[in-house]
Design a protein around this ligand. Structure first.
Ligand code: FPP
Length: 239
């Protein structure tokens, strides 16, 4: 595939698992299982296309409102992915995995899996895969603002020294470029509290496909759309 301009960082809202399952008369948990499979394929395809950062929305701060059975099923799928990535170190040596979000309320077992995989993959070069787990953009800003307020209270930060860069540096995505492209499948047209600070200048691609059916072809179609966009960042000429 000829690529004019590639995004460095792609964000994906993995939406539509429930509808995918419903259409097939299956429980919603089956949709999430199929969604986890689609995620694995997309990581491979992003690597193939030399995307440097991929952030996927796996579980939001609002998703705790779902039935316990569904929450448990999603956490189990995440645990399985973390185990698998940890055990198949050789296959994953070009993937650096990071969990972004508030991990505090997660089970001790899941937290331990996260710690082990992050440690094992931290120096891997290729693609950084951020899995947003118990993530909310507003919640992320609250955490960041508290950290800065503490520094002001301690006398190590002057309010005048607060800049956009400083705020970016206290977010979970510190030191990473902002997402160039955010993809939302499933036909919904909203951001749902995903990377709200980082998405200030992102390009959006909304697609009418449910996440479990999202594959290499759909990613390439989104990349094609992105390549045709003119990014001006408030200026009048494209950058
Ligand atoms: C949104 O679809 C999807 C979720 C809330 C969960 C996403 C989780 C996974 C894909 C599985 C685990 C992830 C990894 C990284 C292994 P929805 O349930 O809101 O769909 P609906 O709008 O059709 O009901």
């Amino acid at each position: 595939m000829e690529q004019k301009s590639l995004p460095k960082h792609i964000g994906i809202i993995m939406d539509g698992n429930g509808r995918w399952a419903k259409k097939r008369g299956l429980p919603r948990t089956a949709g999430h299982k199929a969604g986890a499979k689609a995620f694995r394929e997309i990581v491979k395809h992003c690597r193939k296309r030399e995307i440097e950062y991929l952030t996927v929305y796996a579980f939001s701060t609002e998703n705790w409102k779902r039935p316990k059975e569904e929450v448990d099923a999603i956490m189990k799928l995440l645990g399985e992915y973390l185990d698998e990535a940890f055990q198949h170190e050789d296959e994953n040596k070009e993937i650096c995995v990071k969990i972004i979000g508030d991990v505090a309320p997660l089970s001790t077992e899941l937290k331990e899996k996260i710690r082990k995989l992050e440690e094992q993959t931290k120096n891997n070069v290729g693609i950084t895969v951020n899995i947003a787990l118990n993530y909310g953009g507003r919640d992320e800003l609250v955490h960041g603002v508290k950290a800065l307020a503490q520094r002001v209270k301690d006398g190590t930060l002057s309010p005048d020294a607060v800049t956009e860069e400083l705020i970016s540096s206290v977010l979970y995505t510190a030191e990473q470029p902002d997402p160039d492209l955010i993809i939302r499948p499933s036909g919904e047209l909203r951001l749902s509290n995903f990377l709200i600070w980082q998405a200030a200048y992102s390009e959006f691609v909304f697609m009418d496909v449910l996440w479990p059916d999202f594959g290499a072809k759909e990613l390439d179609a989104a990349l094609e759309q992105y390549a045709g966009r003119s990014r001006r960042f408030g200026d009048i000429t494209a950058k």
